[in-house]
Write a protein that binds this ligand. Structure first.
Ligand SMILES: NC(=O)c1ccc[n+]([C@@H]2O[C@H](COP(=O)([O-])OP(=O)(O)OC[C@H]3O[C@@H](n4cnc5c(N)ncnc54)[C@H](OP(=O)(O)O)[C@@H]3O)[C@@H](O)[C@H]2O)c1
Length: 298
């Protein structure tokens, strides 16, 4: 739409003009609109992610939610996706004016296409993707059903894979892709045969995609949390022992606690920022010492 004196100089025209402007330029604040003079103030956005547009999958809970809020605090314009419309909208309210919340199942390619169309329309481009959506079912190997196998692989591997593929056309030179892996990728922990195998797969995916994308100025890394205090434990039907599992994880961790999601988010800020420009195809452990430390002989 062309803005002209005749359509701005009405109360509804001025309101529409302000709203449109604020959507497209959240870095500017409309102070006043009159028929003759437009008053605009520049909001100086500062922070380690200032000026970056970043998508966070699973941005409405746990690690993704803490990261969305931290990225926002660091000046990024954030888009989040997840399944739960209620928590998506509640999270969006905690983020800046230009943020976006989209309901999308990362294992569904049609949902991904729709989401990236929306992001392209609203943001134009992306400077980063935090590929974080995940779903776990902790079951002994012999109890894993085809349905459970398919669901865990669909979210954690297929979802991560196609999120990155579909994001590529929007990713500018200098972009950072971060995949949430897990300490489980390095550990032979019982009951994690599906999810930890997916996490080991995304670690290697990050190396291969780094090789394919480094010349386009896109780097891909993984971030591997240890036990982190989120809703992940106790999520899947039948897993009523979430809190009890957390107690065990706290006790057995060398740091004698779980991570706070914000601690993971702060590492994600580094990986999304230009400070990590030379970090390519790497895996960053943040696990309280689980991997490095063991009893003598263990
Ligand atoms: N917590 C830990 O100890 C730990 C340790 C290592 C790695 N991780 C990894 O960290 C990541 C985040 O997990 P979390 O601990 O923060 O757990 P969480 O609180 O359960 O968050 C999981 C997130 O993924 C989203 N999600 C699940 N399935 C999805 C799908 N099909 N499409 C789109 N979004 C989907 C959820 O959205 P809804 O809420 O809308 O369903 C939620 O936002 C996961 O990749 C997990 O494997 C966690």
């Amino acid at each position: 739409m062309m803005w002209s004196r005749s359509n701005i100089c009405t109360p509804s025209g001025a309101a529409a003009f302000s709203s449109r402007w604020q959507k497209q330029r959240p870095d500017l604040t409309i102070l006043n609109v009159t028929c003759t003079v437009l008053f605009v103030a520049t909001n100086t956005i500062t922070g380690r992610l200032a000026g970056k547009n970043i998508l966070i999958t699973g941005g409405n809970s746990g690690i993704g939610l803490a990261t969305a809020q931290e990225f926002d605090k660091q000046g990024a314009r954030v888009a989040i996706c997840g399944l739960n419309e209620g928590t998506l909208q509640a999270t969006k309210k905690t983020l800046g004016a230009g943020s976006l919340a989209v309901r999308a199942d990362v294992s569904n390619l049609t949902d991904l296409d729709t989401m990236f169309t929306t992001i392209k329309r609203e943001f134009g481009h992306l400077d980063g993707v935090f590929v974080n959506a995940g779903y776990s079912e902790f079951l002994p190997f012999e109890e894993v059903t085809e349905q459970s196998f398919d669901k865990v692989i669909a979210v954690n591997f297929k979802g991560a894979y196609f999120t990155i593929q579909k994001a590529l056309p929007l990713l500018r030179r200098g972009s950072s892709v971060i995949i949430t892996s897990s300490v489980g990728a390095r550990k032979g922990w019982p009951t994690t045969s599906t999810v930890s195998a997916c996490k080991a797969a995304v670690n290697h995916l990050a190396r291969i995609l780094s090789a394919e994308l480094v010349d386009r100025g896109i780097r891909v890394n993984t971030l591997s949390p240890g036990p982190t205090d989120t809703a992940m434990f106790g999520r899947f039907p039948g897993e009523e022992q979430g809190e009890a599992v957390k107690d065990v994880l706290r006790t057995s961790n060398p740091s004698k606690r779980m991570a706070d999601p914000l601690e993971i988010a702060k590492l994600a800020v580094y990986l999304a920022s230009d400070d990590s420009a030379y970090v390519v195809g790497a895996d960053f452990l943040i696990d309280g010492g689980v991997t490095a430390i063991s009893a003598v002989g263990a």
